[in-house]
Design a protein around this ligand. Structure first.
Ligand code: FMN
Length: 278
């Protein structure tokens, strides 16, 4: 079940200005006397009333300290505290307030969480990450990521794709030395993953492998892990190093780890420039 939390507001116009223009939340539904905003997986509604309801806390959940710090820089004017860790809950957060005095909190958890991003957010927030914390990714977590990879589509449902987790840094170094500077992000993370598809199983190994690779990038994002598509890996030397059959196709390698950087979205084309209706 999905849901909406409603608050009464004594000044809907002011509240709309704040949530829409200051926080830049998309207006999910405008019902004239009520406005419902979407913030990730939460829908927050405000309805015009005599008196405002200001109890409780509206918490905006972010993925990492970098994200909380970035939110603090952006919303400094409405902040009521500096960002700081709270070891009791293993969180990092700061407080703010809306114009009617509701308590707002911008927070990340500093421990592993089950996925909480919506599909649209995952698609919008995945970035190529090239700096990582040294902390290794637990195998259990990787297994959860690969569990989502089972849903990758393949031609005729042949499921020709497979993943090789490379934990041996020496092997990664050798691959990077073959690939050159563009491959260096592979060395920045605790592990690298090769995504490939079997040539003996599918005539669509290239498509299967590429989709499986992007599926992994998105599945990793769901668990707040960083990745970066590193290409030009379908080479015999790479196959030999990690035991991949010559006839198989390597879509790419990706580093995988906990991100140590945050990227703004690089400039993207407007929809009109790449969609045609015939
Ligand atoms: C086919 C392909 C090849 C890429 N090759 C590399 C690469 O070799 N090294 C690298 O650091 N990034 C590589 N990238 C990542 C792109 O630079 C990145 O996707 C692009 O700049 C957009 O940034 P974003 O992924 O954060 O949206 C590649 C991406 C794709 C789709």
């Amino acid at each position: 079940m999905n849901g909406i939390v409603f608050y009464k507001t004594a000044d809907l116009a002011l509240t709309k200005k704040f949530y829409g223009e200051v926080l830049e939340l998309p207006l999910w539904l405008d019902q004239q006397s009520c406005a419902i905003y979407k913030s990730g997986n939460q829908l927050i509604g405000f309805c015009q009333a005599e008196e405002a309801e200001t109890q409780g806390t509206i918490t905006f959940l972010l993925s990492s300290r970098c994200e909380v710090d970035a939110a603090f820089s952006k919303f400094r004017d409405i902040a009521t505290s500096d960002p700081k860790p709270n070891p009791v809950y293993a969180i990092y957060h700061f407080w703010a307030a809306d114009p009617e005095g509701r308590k707002l909190e911008f927070q990340c958890f500093e421990h592993q969480l089950q996925p909480f991003l919506n599909l649209d957010e995952g698609l919008m927030q995945r970035r190529s990450i090239r700096k990582y914390l040294s902390e290794p990714v637990p195998d259990e977590l990787l297994k959860q990521v690969f569990e989502l990879c089972r849903y990758s589509p393949t031609a005729n449902n042949r499921q020709s794709y497979y993943y090789i987790v490379i934990k041996n840094k020496e092997i990664v170094k050798q691959i990077v030395s073959l690939r050159g500077p563009a491959g260096e992000p592979l060395l920045a993370a605790p592990y690298a993953i090769a995504i490939a598809a079997r040539g003996d199983l599918s005539r669509r190994k290239i498509q299967d492998a590429c989709i499986a690779a992007y599926h992994l990038l998105l599945a990793a994002k769901a668990f707040s892990l960083g990745t970066c598509w590193v290409t030009d890996m379908d080479r015999d030397e790479v196959k030999e190093l990690i035991g991949i059959a010559k006839d198989d196709y390597i879509a790419c390698l990706t580093p995988i780890g906990f991100p140590a950087e945050r990227f703004e979205l690089p400039k993207r084309h407007e929809v009109d420039s790449f969609v045609r209706f015939v």
